[in-house]
Design a protein around this ligand. Sequence first.
Ligand SMILES: [Zn+2]
Length: 666
Amino acid sequence: MFLLSLALAAAPMNLKPLEAELVKQHGEAQRARVSRGLAQVAALWRKEDGELAPFVRAFFIADEATLTATLARFEAHLEQLDGHLLEIGRAWRTPQELEVGPLLPVDPVFAAYEPAAHLSDDLFTNKLAFVALLNFPLTTLDERLAAKGWSRADWAAARLTGRFARRVPATVQQEITNAQTAADLYIAQYNLWMHHVLAEDGRRLFPAGKRLISHWNLRDELKAGYADAEGLARQRTIVRVMERIVTQQIPAAVIDNPRLDWNPFTNVVTVAPPETVEPDAPARAAKPDGRPEPDVRYARLLANFHAQKKADPFSPAAPTAIERAFAVGAEMPEARVKALLEEVLSSPLVPRVAALMEQRLERKLEPADLWFNGFLARGPIPEAALDARVRAKYPTAGAFARDLPRILTALDFSPARATYLSERIVVDASRGAGHAMPAARRGDFPHLRTRVEKEGMDYKGFNIAVHELGHNVEQVFSLYDVDRTLLAGVPNTAFTEAIAFVFQAKDLELLGFPKPGAEAERLRVLNDFWQTWEIAAVALVDLEVWHWLYAHPKATPAQLKKAVVETASRIWNRYCAGVLGGRDTPLLGIYSHMVSYPLYLFNYPLGHLIAFQLEAQVAQRGQVGPEVERFSKFGLVTPDAWMMNATGAPVSAAPLLRATEAALAR
Ligand SMILES: [Zn+2]
């Protein structure tokens, strides 16, 4: 009903005569299908698509057998289309991505080409998208969540139409891409030369040449501060820097400028003494200009919002960016995700973990301890010993590939299943870091990209390769062993990451070292709990800011800044100030993703919860391989339905909280 009224509002098309005609032809029993199909088509039909009536007369299917056969035809043909386009893209990027000899000048041009870029447009233009929308229901998230009695064919049909839920015009899509690219570039160039960022007392705390990008490098530098005596002063300085970035009080002239000194406490800018300027410093103005950055951070975020908003009318089933992030992206209602985040944030375990942190640090906690990583002990085996063992075992990517059957049987797969998987995972020597690339049609195989240095694979490379192998194993099962290819895959990235983490945690055992002891496991749980708590708070800020944007679509960058600062402080005061102090700090607004990749952050805490839930299930069964196979081949249903099959419960914070409780009790 909702869809129908929306369609009529969008296009002044009277569908009643057409509905009556089709019902007369196909019978009263078809009325609901006719009405829904017509509304779904009309909502996305454009003038240039021609006359609606002849199309509908020709393609409405009432016969059950023809309908079933049509769904199967779409399934088989889309598998071929998606699978082959993916292969073309992969082949064209191969010279750039793999160690296959010197690059030609033309290679980047091949690599930049995306064969599927116009696919969705093409399928609307040739009407295949409309045939799907006319005959199969385009479901809302609520309908999918309530889908108790759905058959696998019902799920397949929902995935087919879901693919055509939006028809965003190329010009609007281009604006979204442009806004995103501009925000990415802004973040990518947001560096600070730390030798020129002064402490509260004016000292230089950071070595020459250290150039850190906001916010990831700043945060990692802050984490590194737990390892040494000057750490606390550095951490306090970085927190001041972050606050000045969020409030945009940072002087514009000091961004990426090693020729100016800046004291973030007093906000005073001075010319850097020549002997402190790095020899390779880029040319920059050396005038002590203290004018603040003119709210560029918020102008970029606002541009992302305006671009996303233009896509709203073309996405009738999820007509805001927020709804698309949850209904289409996560497939969990926002209220449910928020409740999970708040359950972690307000857990009574938080002050208990904080007390343990104070004990370890021998001081009261401060805002910087939002990023506390002092639970992570150094492993008992020195990195050099690990590197030596891995290098001897894997001088080449080929050596790793040949060892896959052994690795997989060590992960509890039967020899037959280990062989099956090894034959379906292609190992490539990558130029970049590790990466797992799925396949999209049966007959093609997932690829495991791993970087092997001249002297052989090192431990870090092995650790990543085992993580990627987890992805690849999931990718094989969720393509080859799922019953329908329209249901290939897992509900969202958090699920495949969780499976990859289950593998990664076994890396030392796979090298023949003893598995980590109980104390290491206990500290790992506490560390994960704290990370989840931290990123849950950040994710809440992101969400609230987007609600504010939709409520204030005409906001200026300055007004948006005020709203972000206010929101970040409020959430800090509610959840963090009690254990970390620093009342009213806007620190939670520092994440770069908020600007360049908005409405994604909530996936991180969700990922931690899902990982704990799957780990608990695997631990309870005492075997990795068969459980991962059982999870993965269930395919692309909603997260809760998937998790019910995997663990007997919907997505939940309970396993993380239980593990944390147990870690505290020891
Ligand atoms: Zn991963």
